[in-house]
Design a protein around this ligand. Structure first.
Ligand code: GRF
Length: 202
């Protein structure tokens, strides 16, 4: 399974997937693409001898033009799976439709709770006692695709957003490589907007 990972920043999820691929020869990261040239994840990719490219937005570039360039950069790698790992751009419907059923994302909340940004603070402000991370198939609507796997963490009364984010991050690193592995073993599918594992509705 040829995997392309899209990043914008630190790339700790990329690292977890790189490490997970070591003992999972079915998944092969063939490229890492960033919209930011200084993303630390690019260094992680180099250290593991993975090919990288940057698709940097031009000033005032419209979203559809950017996504067309991104699509070209991705297609060079002929991937079977696109993994969004902290890729901080909203993608156009056309772009998402092109990769439907082949693109996954990790989101730092127990979806459908808290799509979008600042999820940790929002969970604390709501007085939630549980929070977590979700891996889901990507559909045009933001953070709304069918969930494949979630991990829960407790929220303690003394938590701030930073501590909570760290706790959630750890869980992301556990579940994201597992989902990539499932996909590479052909165990996952999205059919009619629903996620299936081994043919069973998730
Ligand atoms: C993660 O919290 C992920 O849930 C969100 O972006 C962050 C990426 O972190 N989508 P990293 O770059 O993988 O360290």
């Amino acid at each position: 399974c040829r995997v392309v990972v899209l990043i914008s920043g630190n790339g700790s999820n990329l690292q977890a997937i790189i490490d997970g691929c070591d003992d999972n020869l079915k998944a092969n990261i063939v490229g890492v693409i960033s919209n930011k040239p200084d993303a630390y994840g690019l260094i992680r990719a180099h250290q593991s001898e993975i090919d990288t490219s940057c698709v940097i937005p031009y000033t005032n570039e419209i979203r559809s033009d950017y996504d067309a360039r991104l699509l070209k950069a991705i297609e060079k790698y002929q991937p079977d799976l696109i993994v969004l790992a902290g890729f901080m751009r909203i993608l156009t419907d056309d772009f998402v439709s092109h990769f439907i059923g082949k693109m996954i994302n990790v989101h730092p909340s127990l979806l459908p709770k808290y799509p979008g940004l600042h999820t940790h603070q929002r969970a604390i402000d709501a007085g939630d006692t549980k929070h977590g991370a979700s891996v889901h198939f990507v559909i045009p609507e933001l953070d709304a695709g069918p969930v494949i796997l979630q991990a829960k963490v407790p929220i303690y009364s003394e938590d701030d957003a930073e501590i909570l984010a760290e706790r959630v991050h750890e869980q992301e690193h556990a579940i994201y490589p597992l989902v990539v592995k499932w996909f590479s073993l052909d165990r996952l599918a999205m059919i009619d907007g629903k996620a299936y594992l081994d043919g069973e509705l998730i």
